[in-house]
Design a protein around this ligand. Structure first.
Ligand SMILES: [Zn+2]
Length: 260
């Protein structure tokens, strides 16, 4: 049976403190097969590593989110680099630019985005990119660093179909989650329609962005079937095909998993 591949979760978040185990226990019946847990700040790096070592279905990406990049130093970056050789680490992320939350530290964001892309190239890992209200700068830095040679995903994609095509041209994947079920998600539905299924991966970004009918509540991978259903409708294919194809894509994205 095909299993759903969850490419972007934050189970280290305190929102899961109480019942993390109970959620994980339901994964088999909801057909959640593999989960990649994504770090965002310095503290979460060790938490993500720890979770990835505790659960056989879980892997992790290590990196610093643009909104959390201010405490970063070259020494701390070296520390992170040292941890990337762990076989449970499958990507550098999440890294990128966020001009929505943080409008004052754009130069610092750009600097650490670039440094972490270089680190990904050096360690032969793909990147998990977070980009919000920063499409042009993100594309420019991806091009500057020849991101097509690094590979990766632009997660929780929030831009137009035109930008999506630029990203896909670089061989990148588009991460699609709960937002696709929102009534007002016209732009993302158009992206899902126009981007080839070969370039789409499933994600939650949980605990955030729960799909309808749980919009506004805490999200978890258990709700991914709602995303699968919506994507199947948009693509005009059945849900089994969505599950199978997106899982294949996720294995191409996080190729260290099949190397194990
Ligand atoms: Zn995230």
């Amino acid at each position: 049976m095909n299993m759903i591949f969850e490419t972007h979760a934050h189970y280290n978040d305190e929102a899961f403190q109480e019942d993390r185990e109970e959620i994980f226990a339901q994964f088999p019946e909801k057909r959640i097969g593999t989960v990649v847990n994504i770090a965002s700040d310095l503290k979460s790096i060790d938490e993500c590593l720890d979770l990835a070592h505790r659960y056989p279905f879980m892997y992790c990406a290590l990196g610093i989110h643009p909104s959390d990049c201010q405490p970063l130093t070259e020494e701390l970056l070296e520390e992170i680099r040292g941890k990337l050789s762990d076989p449970r680490v499958v990507a550098v992320g999440e890294i990128g630019l966020d001009y929505y939350w943080d409008t004052t530290f754009r130069d610092a964001q750009k600097y650490w985005f670039e440094r972490q892309m270089e680190m990904a190239r050096d360690t032969k890992l793909p990147v998990v990119i977070h980009s919000r209200e920063a499409a042009q700068d993100t594309l420019a830095l991806m091009k500057k660093h020849r991101a097509e040679e690094i590979g990766g995903v632009v997660h929780c994609f929030s831009y137009s179909a035109e930008i999506a095509k630029e990203v896909v041209k670089m061989g990148f994947f588009i991460g699609i989650g709960g937002v696709i079920t929102f009534k007002n998600a016209r732009k993302l539905k158009e992206v899902a329609d126009q981007v080839p299924i070969e370039n789409i991966v499933l994600e939650t970004d949980c605990p955030y962005l729960a799909p309808v009918p749980f919009r506004g509540k805490r999200n978890s991978s258990l709700y991914l079937p709602y995303v699968v259903e919506e994507l199947a409708k948009i693509k005009g294919i059945d849900t089994e095909e969505v599950i199978e194809r997106t899982a294949q894509n996720a294995r191409r994205l996080y190729s260290r998993i099949t190397d194990l």
